[in-house]
Design a protein around this ligand. Structure first.
Ligand code: ATP
Length: 235
């Protein structure tokens, strides 16, 4: 399995936020985690990116156990995160933000090729490359955050709440981008409170409640599940 998380526990001091999480993702798939506020989605993402050290369990990614690795080693192994709230550097230009995403790349030619690729894939960023990131709209900042995460050419992209605070028409654009990323061969782990959006594009999905996986299945199947519909889709 491309990503295999087994019996993962993690928390903050004495508070355990994730209990015995087991999750898998196949190469080239979109896997989503949905759940209410405080369910543990961000905590899970932090464990994957190495920001938070799990207390027990394993994370095997592309044949390597990464649960004890540092964030920069995890990025080098091919896993990149686009954090919740986008967190672009507002006082840096669009191009400088992208260059920061490729900071571990030594060869200037590779950096320049990847910048070209980002500008081709996200034409709006090409138009605004000299503009300060803080002056972009919410949707443009989300594009920038995704493009920045792609600068390291990850094998697996972690997307934390990419639809947060965006108008529905912009969410549709973000959905198209996520599908394109998957179709280009990068696997995606998508964490969302917008369950409808997430389940619509997920190849496989997990429902998290208070730090536990309570349900899993193919995205389209969970969209039809009565409990999911009542609890997460408001129908
Ligand atoms: P949200 O969508 O609101 O970010 P979430 O599903 O991502 O929710 P987490 O942020 O992972 O959930 O929170 C899981 C649990 O861990 C919650 O009970 C939360 O209160 C707790 N928690 C999160 N961050 C911290 C922290 N820095 N210190 C202590 N407890 C925390």
């Amino acid at each position: 399995m491309f990503l295999s998380v087994k019996n993962l526990c993690a928390g903050y001091g004495r508070i355990e936020a994730l209990h015995d999480i087991t999750i898998e993702a196949e190469k080239g798939s979109i896997v989503t985690l949905i759940g209410a506020n405080g369910a543990g989605k961000s905590t899970f993402m932090m464990c994957l990116s190495g920001v938070l050290r799990p207390t027990s369990g394993t994370i095997e990614f592309n044949g390597q156990f990464i649960q004890n690795m540092h964030p920069e080693e995890i990025v080098a192994a091919g896993l990149s995160q686009c954090p919740e709230g986008r967190r672009v550097w507002p006082k840096m230009t669009v191009q400088e933000n992208l260059e920061m995403g490729g900071i571990s790349i030594k060869d200037p030619k590779v950096i320049s090729d990847r910048l070209d690729m980002a500008f081709t894939n996200f034409p709006i960023l090409a138009e605004r490359k000299k503009q300060l990131a803080g002056s972009l709209s919410g949707g443009e900042q989300q594009m920038l955050a995704i493009a920045r995460a792609l600068m390291s050419e990850p094998k697996l992209l972690l997307l934390d709440e990419p639809s947060l605070g965006l108008a529905p028409i912009i969410v549709e654009k973000v959905v198209d981008i996520i599908k394109k990323i998957r179709d280009n061969g990068t696997s995606v782990i998508l964490v969302e409170q917008n369950a409808f959006m997430a389940l619509s594009i997920a190849d496989y999905a997990y429902v998290l409640e208070t730090g536990r996986v309570v349900l899993s299945g193919k995205g389209p199947d969970l969209l039809k599940d009565d409990n999911v519909r009542k609890s997460y889709l408001g129908v």
